[in-house]
Design a protein around this ligand. Structure first.
Ligand code: ADP
Ligand code: MG
Length: 334
């Protein structure tokens, strides 16, 4: 519990910045990185944009392009595993499309991301604690696209005819009645289930990549714990969220469906920024209800819940405008 106490002292909201490497295309066209990294005196890392502005941003942690998935998980693990101690936890990946949100959260089979490592760890710890704790794990997976909720653990032909809505199910508890909550007994079984959820994500879209950048993908792990020695029970939730791309789309370039999409994305991402910055500044009224995303996460954001935001950025000069927007967003929530 030592690490959790350290987190509490520093507050319950963390912001990590992760910069991806230059990609082969950027390298072949001779792009160089416009992002510099520096350790400040108070041991926090800074990102400096090496354009004329030389603007500096501080984070709880900064991952450089050469930092691998293990390094990222080492910093994330104490936060995600605190769900087994009864804390509600939310992790978000925020940033422009192509900056590595999905790489950080999902990863690839060769470079497993936060989701895989977290779930593996949760099963391992619950096994290790088997002598004095009994845990029950359930998973749900859903997508929010144009402010509509889609259950990814139900195949598209069997989607409920009734629309999924967010409801207050008990005092202070928000839920989505009807959403599949699959009880899982082992890691392999669960991973197979989540893979089918990922595949369901792209159904009905012309290009999987296109849609995934326009929708929020949420994985929820519900943990029920029972202390076998004193009978104490806990119920907590962990949300792992791969957000829609934060890039602004020029009004001239888009119309119709695409414009509507981007308006919904702007609305939900700015609602998320408003909620987290209200929590950080301890404002009395937290505007959860302004988007489906924040409303759904209401019981897991604020109070003694732990929140971690990964702000994903590109090192490339051509992305500097979007990078500055993301860094500014991050400094607002910190
Ligand atoms: P996003 O989900 O934000 O749109 P992706 O996760 O799809 O971005 O990343 C875009 C591409 O960059 C992918 O090919 C991904 O594998 C690669 N990539 C992103 N971050 C890293 C990283 N830290 N190291 C290596 N490759 C990365
Ligand atoms: Mg993605």
């Amino acid at each position: 519990r030592l690490y959790n106490e350290v987190i509490e002292l520093k507050g319950n909201i963390r912001v990590f910045c992760r910069c991806r490497p230059l990609n082969p295309n950027e390298i072949s066209t001779g792009s160089s990185s416009v992002i510099e990294f520096e350790s400040s005196l108070d041991n926090e890392l800074q990102v400096i944009c090496s354009d004329s502005s030389k603007k500096q941003f501080k984070f709880d942690h900064v991952f450089r392009p050469e930092d691998n998935q293990e390094a990222v998980f080492a910093q994330t693990k104490p936060i995600v595993t605190s769900v087994l101690d009864g804390f509600n936890v939310c992790i978000f990946a925020y940033g422009q499309t192509g900056t590595g949100k999905t790489f950080t959260m999902e990863g690839t089979p060769e470079n497993r991301g936060v989701n895989y490592r977290t779930l593996e760890e949760l099963f391992q710890i619950s096994k290790d604690r088997g002598g004095f704790m009994r845990y029950e794990l359930c998973v749900s997976m859903l997508e929010v696209y144009n402010e509509k909720i889609r259950d990814l653990l139900v195949d598209s032909t069997n989607q409920p005819t009734k629309k999924l809505e967010i409801k207050q199910v008990a005092e202070g508890t928000i839920d989505v009645p009807g959403l599949v909550e699959a009880r899982v007994y082992g890691f392999e079984e669960m991973w197979e289930l989540l893979k089918s959820g990922s595949r369901a994500r792209s159904v009905g879209s012309t290009s999987a990549n296109e849609l995934s950048s326009r929708s929020h993908c949420l994985l929820r792990v519900t943990v029920k714990g029972e202390n076998l020695i004193n009978g104490q029970r806990t119920r907590s939730q962990l949300w792992l969220v791969d957000l829609a791309g934060s890039e602004r789309v020029g009004r001239i370039d888009v119309e119709g469906e695409r414009l509507k999409e981007s308006q919904f994305i702007n609305k939900s991402l700015s609602a998320l920024g408003d909620v987290i910055s209200s929590l950080a500044s301890k404002t009395a009224h937290i505007p959860y209800r302004n988007s489906k995303l924040t409303h759904m996460l209401q019981s897991s954001l604020g109070g003694d819940c732990k929140t971690l935001m990964f702000v994903q950025i590109s090192p490339s000069a051509s992305d500097l405008g979007e990078t500055l927007c993301s860094l500014n967003f991050a400094s607002r929530v910190r």
